[in-house]
Each structure stands twice: as C-alpha cells, then as structure tokens.
Design a protein around this ligand. Structure first.
Ligand code: AMP
Length: 300
C-alpha cells in the first residue's frame, strides 16, 4: 500500500528502517502532474527494488522563469491516485511505496539553498546557457533527495537527456554509490513525447506537435546517408517552415530554439558521425509552439 509522507524526518525514519533490513531502495524524483512517462519510471522502480520512494515536489530553485513556476500544474490528489492504481495493477518486487510530498519549507528549512554546482562542458551546451541556474537547482534538490532516500537506484527519463548527463556528473562529484537508471521516453500514440506541459497546448497546437517527433524520426533515417550538418539544418528548416508548408491555423508555428547533434555521453556537438563515442550520437531539440517550450530527442 502506498503511503504518503510529507515530512523529511518521517522519510528518513522509514529509510533507516529499510536499511536495517538491507532492502534495496529505488528513487523516482518528479515534480508531479504525473503521466504515463512518470508512471513508466515508477513501474520499473517497483519491479527492481524492495522499497520505492517517489518524490512529488515542484522545485522552485530549478525554474529560471517565474511565470513557468507559477503556471506549473499541481495535481497532487490525482497524482497519488495514479500511483496507487499503478501499484495495485502490476507484478512487482517492491513491498513498500512511499510518495514523498514535502512543502518548500520542508525541503529547504534554511531558506533558499546557497550551494551551487558546476558540471563543466555537459552544462555549457543546449539547455545550460538558456536556463541559467537550472541544472544547479536540479542538483541541489536531487542531492537532498539522495540524502533523504539513500537510494540503491535512481530513475530518470531520457526526455530530459541533458539532465541525465548532469546527474551522472553529480554522482561522480559526490561519490554516492547510486546506480543511475536512464529510462526511455514514453510517447502519445501520435508520437508526441508526454510532458506535463502538453496540457497547455491549444487543440490546434496539440495536433501540430507530433511533427517534432516525426521530423526527428525522419532525421534518424537521413543520418544513414547525410552529413551531420545537413541533417541538423534540415530538421531546423523543416520545423521553421512547417506552418507555411502545412497552412497551419491560428498563426501557429514552430520556433526551434536549438537542435544539436551531440555525443550521447559528453553532450558535445559532433561534426561527423564517427566522432560519437560509446553511447552513440543523440539529437536534442527545444522548440516553442503556442507559447509552450517542448523538448525531445532522437538517437542516431
Ligand atoms: P518532471 O516531473 O518533469 O521533472 O519529470 C520527472 C521524471 O520523469 C524525469 O526524470 C523526466 O525525465 C521523466 N519523464 C518526463 N516525461 C517523460 C516521458 N515522456 N517519458 C519518460 N520519462 C519522462
């Protein structure tokens, strides 16, 4: 049975009891507004660990835009119901499930944390320069969650691809023996990567949005016979001109912020397909549509 915990001290007590019994602990950090993408992480954690901690916390210090923070959906009761429903409907290893729903004061009792993390090259590309302070804010909350939940494994979605590289770097810095488990993107039937931001799209924009994934899928096919730079340019041009070619209604258009083809581990742009290392190459995109910033990735 899922148990909701609001106090850090109560989470620590439950974790220390589990540690005494040598139980494995899976942590799934989320900001709530759960959808099938989050649930896939929780399901995997429930299958691989004795105790699962799902955190639901809209972390103010990772938002560099006040309006984005204010507009972020908060649907805690529905979230808890979804987790409970999932727990009762799957085969699992876990015998315990804790939903950790702290307030901001509970998470940051000393006020806004002063710590700042640096990750070097992995944060100097793509999201990093466009969202100053974001990854440091993510690292602060994730480390706090690591300290409270002491997980054996921590589950993160590949939708936030750069975040995974940042957490990998954080683990190297703080030397916690936690296994980072990257999980594949869950998509709607039409290919749009699930995101809590999708609910802010108008119906017409929601109809257009799957073109992001469709364009990336086509790019993956082109990669077999085209140069990196040509694939990059084609993706950006295809999306930027999409509204003209398809006569989109309501003045809707894609405004790509970036599309980069990078080494999947270092996140540094590659100029040639051969430059990609052990994890291969990945294309990462951020694109504005209808006032909503959408991100997605494709593996090459
Ligand atoms: P968020 O609540 O947006 O911070 O996301 C919490 C976790 O769920 C992060 O590790 C995300 O990468 C992951 N996630 C979000 N959307 C998806 C998705 N569509 N598929 C898989 N994982 C996702």
């Amino acid at each position: 049975m899922m148990k909701q915990i609001q106090k850090a001290a109560d989470l620590q007590a439950a974790v220390s009891e589990a540690k005494k019994q040598n139980l494995s602990i899976g942590l799934v950090p989320t900001m709530g507004a759960l959808h099938e993408g989050h649930l896939s992480l929780i399901e995997r954690a429930l299958k691989e660990n004795d105790l699962v901690v799902v955190s639901l916390f809209v972390n103010p210090i990772q938002f560099n835009n006040k309006e984005d923070l204010e507009k972020y959906p908060r649907t805690i009761e529905a979230d808890l119901a979804l987790i409970q429903k999932l727990e009762s409907s799957i085969e699992k290893k876990a015998t315990g499930l804790l939903a950790f729903t702290p307030t901001v004061d509970e998470m940051y009792p000393q006020g806004e944390p002063k710590e700042v993390y640096h990750f070097g090259p992995v944060e100097e590309v793509m999201e990093g320069p466009r969202r100053p302070g974001h990854f440091s804010g993510v690292a602060v909350v994730v480390r706090r969650l690591f300290d409270l939940a002491q997980p054996t494994r921590a589950y993160f979605g590949e939708k936030d691809y750069q975040q995974i590289a940042v957490i990998r770097s954080l683990l190297e810095q703080i030397k916690y023996p936690i296994e980072l488990v990257p999980c594949p993107i869950v998509r709607a039937d039409d290919g749009l990567a699930l995101s809590s931001r999708n609910m802010r799209l108008s119906p017409a924009a929601r109809k257009m949005a799957p073109a992001i994934n469709a364009t990336l899928e086509q790019a993956a096919e082109m990669a077999e016979f085209e140069e990196v730079d040509d694939v990059k340019e084609w993706v950006l041009d295809t999306l930027a001109s999409f509204h003209e070619v398809n006569e989109c209604p309501d003045d809707l258009r894609f405004e790509p912020e970036y599309f980069e083809i990078v080494d999947a581990r270092t996140l540094q742009p590659i100029a040639d397909w051969d430059e990609a290392g052990d994890l291969g190459a990945v294309g990462c995109i951020a694109v504005w549509l209808d006032g909503v910033r959408l991100i997605d990735i494709v593996k090459f």
